[in-house]
Design a protein around this ligand. Sequence first.
Ligand SMILES: C[S@@+](CC[C@H](N)C(=O)[O-])C[C@H]1O[C@@H](n2cnc3c(N)ncnc32)[C@H](O)[C@@H]1O
Length: 254
Amino acid sequence: MNLPDFHQRPLAVTRADVPKLMGWQVTLPECRTPLDAWDMQRDDAPLLRSLFSSFRPRRHLEFGTWQGFGTCLCLESCDATVWTINLPDGETKSDGSWAYGERVVDEKLSPPGAIAANYGVDELGPRTYHRTDAASYIGRLYRERGFGHRVCQIYCDTRQWDNSNYPAGFFDSAFIDGGHAPEVVASDSRKALQSVRSGGLMLWHDFCPAPETRDFDSVRGVQDGLAFVWPELSSQLQYCFWINPSWLLMGIKR
Ligand SMILES: C[S@@+](CC[C@H](N)C(=O)[O-])C[C@H]1O[C@@H](n2cnc3c(N)ncnc32)[C@H](O)[C@@H]1O
């Protein structure tokens, strides 16, 4: 399949085009959710599973672990070992609030050592919230599913992660899904590019050029961060395309 030039901006390709481009004998799952009502765990997960099971990385790098949902998608789809990075104490928004938290009604179901905050009592009982991207919540899903032996968890700000200790091209694939501030996206993209081998797979989450997603902070942050590094990124990629419909940008390293 011949593609027009993508160096000005990423191309858009359909889900049916991806296997043709990659030479895979699979059909990627369809999805009819409107792009402004998108849910990663419902709408991108089947696509990510297909991409991982077709590409079959052995060493996969993930920026942004949260509870390990994306890590599990890779672990369950192929035999990879996954290196995944998260801030140890969770992400804090500019107004000081937590970026990821949820109310816990049954404390028995939560992991020990969770960071909690209490806001009084209502008809459901104590208004207890847990910070779900910190401490023992980080990666809980891959641990609960028995995948701990296939994961190297790294606890730091990705901007501080020192990838010079890994051989260049050590990783077969990378998933960039950590902080959404443009400077974090730019830094993560640069590090991913240095760390992935030639022919390796690069995926960015929260990339969606459809106008109806323009007001999502995460989408704007990813697009602004990528725009910043686009000349160096695109010159080191064989292809780069937005999979339509999805919130995923996919690239193959030159
Ligand atoms: C969108 S969530 C990751 C979702 C996960 N990849 C998945 O598939 O379920 C983003 C995660 O990145 C973490 N994060 C945000 N900024 C970061 C930074 N600068 N360094 C490391 N982790 C960061 C947050 O704490 C959060 O857990």
